[in-house]
Design a protein around this ligand. Structure first.
Ligand code: URA
Length: 244
C-alpha cells in the first residue's frame, strides 16, 4: 500500500494533507525518514511512525455515536442531514456506514463502521441481539401487566404482526406520562413506537441506550462520537461469532 494512502486510511488527513506531512519529513518507515508519498509499505509488517509515534495499523474503524434528533440514519439524503454529516471532518467518513437504523427523532446509541461483515452480521435478526431503549410515553402506565409480552410479545393489529418477546421496566409514572426501559431483540421499522401505540401509550421521546453488551457512553453529548475500544469490538464480535 502507498504510504500516503496508508496514513489517510488510518485517519491522519486527506491524501494531500498527509502528502505534505511526508514531504516535510515527519514520517518514518522502519526507523528511516521517507519523503516519497508513493513509497510502498506492508501495513502488517512495516513500522510506520508519524512524528516519532508509531501508528498501529487498523484494518477497520468502529464508532459509537450519540445520535441527535433531526438526523436520519442514512449515508446520504436530499432533505435532511444524515448521521454521516457528523463525521465529515474524518478522512474515512466516506467509508463509514451505520449499523441498523434509528428514526429521525430517536436519539442515542448508533454504531458506525467500515467493516462490512461486522455491520451486516450485527444487524441480522438471527443473532437476537438485545437493544435497550429509554422511552417517555404518554399516559400512566403503572397498571399494565407486561408479563405476557415477556413470554410471547404482542400482536400488532394494524401490521398483522406478532412481535418477539420484549421486556419493559417502568421507571416513573405520572398521570400524563411515564418513563420506561424497553428491551427487544428485533429491529423492525418503528418497532418500539408501534408496540407502545398498540398498548395505548404513544412514544413521546425515544433514546437507544444499549446494543448487546455495548452501552451508550454517558460522556457523549448528542452529536458526539468516539471510537469503540478493542474490548468493546471484541465483545460485540463474540455475539455474532466473528472472533478469530
Ligand atoms: N423503534 C422505534 O420505534 N424507533 C427507533 O428509532 C428504534 C426502535
Amino acid at each position: 500500500m502507498r504510504l500516503d494512502k496508508f496514513l489517510s486510511n488510518q485517519g491522519f488527513g486527506s491524501r494531500s494533507q498527509v502528502q505534505k506531512l511526508i514531504k516535510k519529513g515527519f514520517v518514518k518507515v522502519n526507523d528511516e525518514i521517507v519523503k516519497d508519498p508513493s513509497y510502498h509499505i506492508d501495513p502488517m509488517k512495516d513500522k510506520v511512525e508519524l512524528e516519532d509515534e508509531e501508528i498501529l495499523y487498523k484494518e477497520n474503524h468502529y464508532f459509537m455515536l450519540n445520535k441527535p434528533a433531526g438526523y436520519i440514519t442514512a449515508t446520504e439524503d436530499e432533505e435532511y442531514p444524515t448521521v454521516l454529516d457528523l463525521f465529515s471532518d474524518l478522512p474515512i467518513a466516506s467509508k463509514l456506514f451505520p449499523v441498523g437504523r434509528l428514526d429521525i427523532d430517536t436519539e442515542g446509541l448508533l454504531i458506525l463502521t467500515t467493516d462490512g461483515q461486522f455491520g451486516h452480521r450485527l444487524s441480522h435478526p438471527k443473532w437476537n441481539i438485545e437493544k435497550e431503549y429509554y422511552a417517555i410515553v404518554e399516559g400512566d402506565i403503572s397498571n399494565i401487566d407486561f408479563s405476557e409480552s415477556e413470554n410471547k410479545g404482542i400482536y400488532l393489529k394494524k401490521e398483522k404482526y406478532q412481535t418477539k418477546p420484549f421486556k419493559v421496566k417502568v421507571l416513573n409514572t405520572s398521570k400524563d406520562k411515564s418513563e420506561i426501559l424497553i428491551t427487544l431483540t428485533e429491529g423492525k421499522y418503528h418497532i418500539v413506537k408501534r408496540i407502545m401505540q398498540e398498548l395505548g401509550y404513544p412514544v413521546l421521546y425515544l433514546k437507544r441506550i444499549r446494543i448487546g453488551n455495548l452501552k451508550l457512553d454517558e460522556d457523549l453529548l448528542p452529536g458526539e462520537f468516539r471510537e469503540l475500544t478493542e474490548k468493546e469490538i471484541k465483545d460485540l464480535k463474540k455475539l455474532i461469532k466473528m472472533n478469530d
